[in-house]
Design a binder for this molecule. Structure first.
Ligand code: SF4
Length: 543
């Protein structure tokens, strides 16, 4: 299915939102602050493929989808659709893109206008894009099959606009007509009329396979003509009826309103609306997350079937790994505006590389009781703000594998705790006045009074750390915390940084290909052999 050239190519896409950027802010001298929702994302999606974009809420998945569809302006980077930058498109070319790339929204309750009937909702895009279309450059043709009649006496013609209803192949729209003679021609006509349009003349039945009108006349020979013989409104309503039928809704529901449908049915309506313009590419933005578990699988199966039937390409955005596994070919894992790992779905689920991907997979509940007691590598800390993302690797503030300095012999758990301690000190996220029992340490001019520094440090250490540290690290922590007895936050942070600074905070790891896995890169220094003196090498043990 896939070709060499991707249908969608996203290249270093950035989308920043700006705070403190109003005229008043500028008059007051406030600096604008960038909220880096999407920060340098790159991936390809090939024709017929489903790429999953997975990550926690707020990681930038939906903004990526909206920006690549041009529903949001980009801050930088590019998106190519079918070889053309979508940001360069104007006029008819932009209209074509809007038709070819559609979206199914997360919330089937708010994405449908409650004042419109289902028929109006599904036909609205057809009206906006003036469907059905005809192209004067398309040739029209009729292929005739005969039954009981000689081919030589049949002449067939097609109207110039049958490409309104027949998809052209290589610039030719072809209608298929069967011409039959039968003793009981009226009965035969009734039989075939159930599925196809027929016409009868002097003992001859002409039947057209496509949704067209056929006329047959008998004179010297037999003449067949196919055409589009219905009003635009009728064609649109028929098209909507066919789509509703295809997504599993009854055609007699066309004149009903959204509130009369369940969540699953509304999402089916949203899917029918997205398919109305015969798109090539769909962004599915959490298409099942607002649905009951019982109907999620039905909607996913429907999307799977429609992809096959209509040759669709999907970008599936979801926070739910089971949804991703159900339907995707490849998966891109996003964290705080960046892609941290991308690869085939089996590789991501069976051999995840990035510690964040592992943590996401660990957090999926297991049905097997044997697995329920497994050791879970939990994530510490909160998701940092995209206004002020951490330096280096953005996952370092929560990473259970954060890399210690090259010459340091330290347990991973101890190092993680020390990194958390540093985080709090650097963020000044400790209330010094309440250290000890009931605020037993008094501060005068920012200093612990009464020479109680040692007791203050012991009490503060007790509060900040749940474990007893090895002696060498205990000494460093005590030196650092002693600075806080003088409210010297910078001194405390500096003492911890000079001992515990990690490569993970100095350099943001690229989405590097390693270990010959050209289709499964991960942005983590554990896989980056180019970081000198760090454990990023082929023989480094990541477990
Ligand atoms: S680079 Fe460091 S902090 Fe980031 S995921 Fe890898 S080990 Fe963790």
């Amino acid at each position: 299915m896939s070709t060499d050239e991707p249908l969608v190519r996203v290249d270093d896409l950035q989308k920043y939102f700006w705070e403190n950027d109003s005229l008043l802010d500028r008059l007051l001298g406030d600096e604008p602050v960038a909220v880096r929702a999407v920060d340098g994302v790159s991936f390809d999606i090939h024709e017929g493929e489903t790429l999953g974009l997975v990550g926690e809420s707020g990681c930038g998945k939906s903004t990526t989808g909206e920006t690549l569809l041009r529903l949001q302006d980009r801050s930088d980077g590019d998106v190519e659709f079918d070889g053309r930058s979508v940001y360069d498109l104007e006029g008819a070319a932009l209209n074509d893109f809007r038709r070819e790339a559609q979206v199914v929204f997360q919330d089937p309750f708010s994405s449908l206008d409650p004042r419109m009937t289902i028929g109006e909702i599904v036909t609205q895009p057809l009206e906006i894009h003036d469907w059905p279309w005809t192209d004067p450059g398309v040739e029209t043709r009729v292929e005739v099959r005969t039954d009981g009649i000689s081919d030589d006496i049949v002449t067939a013609t097609a109207a110039d606009d049958i490409d309104k209803l027949v998809t052209p192949t290589d610039g030719v729209a072809t209608a298929h007509v069967t011409v039959r003679a039968d003793a009981d021609v009226e009965r035969l006509a009734e039989d075939v009329a159930a599925d196809h349009t027929v016409d009868v003349a002097d003992g001859v039945v002409a039947e057209v396979e496509e949704d067209l009108t056929v006329e047959v006349t008998r004179d010297q020979g037999i003449t067949v003509h196919v055409s589009v013989d219905r009003s635009t409104g009728e064609l649109r309503r028929n098209h909507a009826t066919g789509l509703l039928d295809r997504v599993g809704l009854s055609v007699d529901q066309l004149d009903r309103y959204p509130h009369e449908f369940s969540g699953g049915q509304r999402q089916r309506i949203g899917i029918a609306r997205a398919l109305a313009l015969e798109p090539e590419f769909l962004v599915l933005d959490e298409p099942t997350s607002a649905l009951d578990v019982s109907v999620q699988a039905q909607v996913l199966n429907l999307l799977d079937d429609l992809q096959e039937e209509f040759d669709l390409t999907y970008l599936l955005i979801s926070h739910d790994l089971s949804v991703i596994r159900h339907i995707c070919d490849r998966v891109a894992v996003m964290y705080l505006g960046e892609i941290v790992e991308i690869g085939p779905v089996e590789a991501i689920f069976e051999e995840p590389k990035h510690p964040y991907t592992r943590a996401l997979l660990e957090s999926v509940p297991r049905a097997s009781t044997a697995e329920q007691d497994r050791d879970i590598e939990t994530l510490s800390g909160d998701v940092p703000s995209p206004r002020d993302p951490p330096s280096g690797c953005r996952f370092r503030t929560r990473c259970p594998k954060v890399i210690p300095p090259a010459d340091m012999n330290i347990d991973q758990d101890v190092f993680r705790d020390l990194m958390d301690l540093r985080e709090r000190v650097e963020g000044r996220d400790v209330s010094l006045e309440t250290v000890g029992d009931g605020g037993e340490f008094e501060f005068e001019d920012g200093q612990v009074s009464g020479g109680d520094v040692d007791a203050f440090v012991a009490a503060l250490k007790d509060r900040l750390l749940d474990r007893k540290l090895p002696a060498e690290h205990d000494a460093v922590v005590e030196e650092a915390l002693a600075h806080l007895a003088e409210s010297d936050w910078d001194g405390a942070a500096q003492r911890l940084r000079e001992t515990y600074e990690s490569v993970c905070e100095r350099e943001n790891p690229p989405l590097a290909v390693s270990h010959a896995d050209s289709d499964h890169p991960a942005a983590c220094h554990l896989y980056d052999a180019s970081v000198p003196g760090e454990p990023g090498s082929d023989d480094y043990q990541t477990d």
